[in-house]
Design a protein around this ligand. Structure first.
Ligand SMILES: Nc1ncnc2c1ncn2[C@@H]1O[C@H](COP(=O)(O)OP(=O)(O)OP(=O)(O)O)[C@@H](O)[C@H]1O
Ligand SMILES: [Mg+2]
Length: 212
């Protein structure tokens, strides 16, 4: 039986594909058989990224496949240790299907209220549809250097009743890593990778908790 993590948001450009790649790279590094299910058919971000990864012979190899529906993904359940669903932006119809099939949902958001509000709204909608609170994990993306920016956003998430797993800082090296088929925890900079790995550890811990 595969573990499934859904990475979803209402707004676009909040870090879904970034987190999907980080998780896939982390588990693949530990010899898990991992697939990223690319639900963003119009952009195909992780599909193109994986082509670059293969062209640059980046290891470990990661399998990526495009899916237009959760029902087609269900057929592959069991073929992989972990499936990471990279959700399309603003895909309301599919979001609940993804939520139902996933053990854990990661909701990335930037730190501004413009981004926090719709993501909290999505979390509330998921809760109303019966999704358990511990299944929803927020991640702060593209965070700047200001300490208060991070703290205020964390507080906003926690006051809304949700868990914030941590943050990924905005770094040129992360964009550059993506451009060469690498994930944000595979940059040439140990300090960047280490910070991202701390976040990964919280997501891994939560996945372990909800999947027992
Ligand atoms: N921490 C970071 N530092 C620098 N660049 C980043 C960082 N995180 C993401 N990016 C870049 O920001 C852009 C948006 O990130 P990403 O593609 O992960 O968002 P998304 O939610 O998947 O977007 P979409 O909704 O369009 O699918 C990408 O160009 C990505 O390479
Ligand atoms: Mg994306």
């Amino acid at each position: 039986m595969s573990l499934i993590v859904g990475v979803i948001s209402q707004k676009g450009g909040v870090g879904k594909s970034t987190i999907s790649r980080i998780l896939a790279a982390e588990y693949a590094r530990h010899d898990w058989d991992v697939k990223i299910a690319d639900f963003d058919l119009s952009q195909g971000t992780v599909t193109s990224w994986n082509a670059d990864r293969m062209a640059n012979e980046v290891k470990p190899q990661i399998s990526v496949e495009q899916f237009s529906s959760v029902s087609s993904l269900v057929k592959q359940k069991g073929h992989y240790d972990l499936i990471v669903i990279d959700g399309a932006p603003a895909s309301t119809r599919q979001t609940l299907d993804i939520a139902n099939i996933s053990q854990l949902l990661v909701l990335p958001t930037k730190t501004t209220l413009d981004d926090l509000r719709p993501q909290i709204k999505l979390a509330h909608e998921l809760r109303k549809s019966g999704v358990g609170k511990n299944k929803i994990l927020f991640v702060l993306s593209m965070v700047g250097e200001s300490k208060s920016e991070l703290e205020n956003a964390q507080m906003y998430i926690e006051e809304a009743g949700y868990i914030c797993a941590g943050a990924i800082y905005r770094k040129d090296s992360i964009g550059q890593a993506h451009d060469t088929g690498r994930a944000a925890n595979e940059t040439p900079f140990k300090s960047v990778n280490k910070t991202v790995d701390q976040l990964v550890q919280s997501i891994v811990d939560q996945l372990q908790q909800v999947s027992v």
